[in-house]
Design a protein around this ligand. Structure first.
Ligand SMILES: Nc1ncnc2c1ncn2[C@@H]1O[C@H](COP(=O)(O)OP(=O)(O)OP(=O)(O)O)[C@@H](O)[C@H]1O
Length: 275
């Protein structure tokens, strides 16, 4: 999917009136199938950018085009159809605690199913081999029938990535996929995610706290600061000076001290998100 943002500004409906826009004057163009990492300090607007791209947050100014169409000018039905072709994977997937992993992963297909197909799949799950293959990519095939609440935080996060692959979306929006993974798992998970997105020819926009990992795995890196694009460069051209300026207010985050949600080997509460 092609993306074009021109001078896009957006605010969260619940934000106080005194808060500025979460996104201000954002320009961004992505070719179909391109992979981009979005980095920047906490509160820079990375997640908000994904929400705007997912048509979950309406722009207040400027424009958003997805495959040359303005989603906010489409009919309700056409907008729903468009939403079915993109997938927003939150930091922690919304996994009901007693659900089996296989069901959680197969739920990735729901956006591209009719109501009848999705109701039928509750009683006659199909595509178990596809779920198994996606889990295998994240080294979780042995958890196919495990209960979600018996997984570690890192395992749940990898289940969320496997689920994203089943969406077969043309635009994959992945919010900080590595926050609960140890460095080795994080490298493997990112390599699996990017190679699967390439196979599916999906456009991939991924927010990342781990800057070295973003520079190593993505050809293009967008740096955000206070709701604006501070730089948009090939990874090889991002210099230490760019990074120091980007994280000038939060140097601890550049040093790798960004907030992690829970370690890989400790089970904890499941955070619920919209999808
Ligand atoms: N639901 C919300 N309601 C009101 N304001 C919000 C909401 N979500 C985010 N914001 C505000 O929007 C701004 C951008 O937040 P956003 O979550 O996009 O940043 P981020 O770069 O993703 O941060 P982090 O790295 O900590 O996840 C911040 O000022 C934040 O406080």
């Amino acid at each position: 999917m092609r993306i074009e943002l021109r001078q896009l500004s957006a605010a969260h409906p619940a934000a106080s009136r005194t808060a500025g826009h979460a996104l201000t004057g954002v320009d961004l163009q992505l070719h179909s199938g391109e992979h981009v990492a979005v980095i920047g300090p906490s509160g820079a607007g990375k997640t908000t950018l994904l929400q705007a791209l997912a048509c979950a947050l309406r722009p207040q100014a400027g424009s958003l085009l997805l495959d040359d169409a303005d989603p906010w000018r489409l009919s309700h039905r056409a907008l729903q159809r468009l939403r079915g072709t993109l997938f927003l994977a939150p930091q922690m997937p919304p996994l009901p605690p007693r659900q089996r992993v296989v069901t959680a992963v197969l739920a990735g297909r729901l956006p591209r199913m009719s109501l009848w197909q999705s109701v039928r799949s509750l009683f006659y799950p199909v595509g178990i081999a596809e779920a198994d293959a996606a889990l295998e990519r994240f080294d979780l095939a042995d958890k196919l029938f495990a209960r979600v609440d018996r997984l570690s935080g890192g395992e749940r996060q990898r289940v969320g990535l496997a689920r994203a692959l089943l969406a077969r979306a043309s635009l994959l929006l992945v919010d900080e996929p590595l926050s609960a993974l140890d460095p080795t798992r994080a490298r493997q998970a990112l390599a699996s995610l990017t190679s699967a997105a390439r196979e599916q020819r999906a456009t991939l926009v991924c927010t990342m706290h781990d800057v070295p990992m973003a520079l190593a795995h993505f050809p293009r890196v967008v740096g955000m600061q206070q709701g604006r694009v501070a730089f948009d460069l090939p990874a090889a051209q991002v210099s230490p000076a760019h990074l120091q300026a980007l994280y000038a207010q939060r140097p601890d985050e550049l040093a790798g001290a960004a907030p992690r949600i829970e370690p890989d080997d400790v089970a904890g509460p499941v955070t619920m998100h919209c999808r």
